[in-house]
Design a protein around this ligand. Structure first.
Ligand code: CP
Length: 331
């Protein structure tokens, strides 16, 4: 598919000047141009993954990637594992529940242990905002943020941007409503950063208790009325209610939340007729989204988001290890 925001390779500076970061800790560190560079790089992996014939590339052969997940995950953990393996790397997963973290080892000591094993890249998910940066500052190899607390989930925002670009032909000049538990969502934060940087109008739609303070500083409009918030939107991005991060009464009940903020077929009619529906997963069906919407292939991109997750993570692993692999031009 031709994408309006895809640039020809000749538009990028050569080699390492195309992407100067050692780590991927957040979208906040990236320019719009760098985001497009990753999305363009991911396109080739979409094609390879769909080809069914050559499932592997040996670009990362001989490299070891450690996935260190201190929080549960299905999509992110497995897609980073598949991404590394499809590029020929050795991938090992560290689950915190089975690690020495359970014996009281500190995060820094765990990071130093992983570093001593001479990993070529470390992918980290942690419940504390800033934990990934802390580790990135201590280790010698590239670190990729797989979600840290309420802070950022950069590869989720990148895969969401790629999904939008492929479905709608562009990821600029769109009206995008991000709806639900914005307060606790690192997905919302990374998407707001990415989608505003790329030149979209981003709206946040949530009950007053689930809207973070000072949203205007992130250049978004806030709505507490769902029908108003999604009116005329090209993209309706639903968020999971993150009950595990709620330490108080943010909502009267799941039933009332669904009545006011759940995405039903009737409510979706307020958006543009061809609006797409997104959800990062895992979903609370019947709470933030009805199954009839989530499972409608004409509107829902939820499984496509998962597919794009593998391609985007292949692109990120490839780009961030180019200096280690001494790819010409990447010093
Ligand atoms: N979207 C997402 O991060 O899902 P997982 O928690 O399953 O990785």
């Amino acid at each position: 598919m031709t994408n309006a925001t895809t640039r020809p390779a000749s538009d990028y500076p050569p080699g390492g000047d195309a992407f100067r970061h050692r780590h991927l800790t957040g979208i906040a560190q990236l320019t719009p141009w760098e985001i497009s560079y990753i999305l363009d790089a991911a396109e080739q992996w979409v094609d390879l993954n769909r080809s069914g014939a050559a499932k592997h590339d040996d670009a990362l052969a001989g490299l070891t990637i450690i996935n260190a997940f201190f929080e549960n995950s299905t999509r992110t953990l497995l897609s980073f594992e598949i991404a590394g393996k499809r590029l020929g790397a050795d991938v090992v997963n560290m689950h915190a529940a089975q690690s020495s973290v359970k014996k009281g080892e500190t995060l820094i000591d765990t990071a130093m242990t992983l570093n001593a094993m001479r990993a070529d890249a470390i992918v980290i998910r942690h419940s504390a905002s800033g934990a990934v940066q802390l580790i990135a500052d201590k280790v010698d190899c590239p670190v990729l943020n797989a979600g840290d607390g309420r802070h950022e989930h950069p590869t989720q925002a990148l895969l969401d941007a790629l999904t939008i670009r492929r479905r709608l032909g562009k990821v600029e000049g769109l009206t995008i409503a991000i709806c639900g538990d914005v307060l606790h969502s690192r997905v919302a934060r990374s998407n707001i950063l990415a989608l505003t940087l790329l030149g979209n109008e981003v709206r946040v739609v949530a009950p007053p208790t689930l809207i973070p303070p000072a949203m205007e500083r992130m250049h978004v409009a806030t709505f507490t009325d769902m029908d108003e918030g999604i009116a005329g939107a090209d993209v309706v991005m639903m968020l999971r209610l993150q009950n595990e991060r709620m330490d108080g009464a943010y909502l009267p009940s799941a039933r009332e939340y669904h009545a006011l903020y759940g995405l039903t077929p009737q409510r979706l009619e307020k958006a543009k007729p061809d609006a797409i529906v997104m959800h990062p997963g895992p979903m609370n069906r019947g709470v933030e989204i009805d199954s009839s919407v989530a499972d409608d292939p004409a509107r829902s991109t939820i499984t496509e988001q998962v597919e794009m997750g593998v391609a985007v993570r292949m692109a990120c692993l490839d780009i961030l290890t180019r200096r280690t692999r001494k790819v010409p031009g990447w010093n």
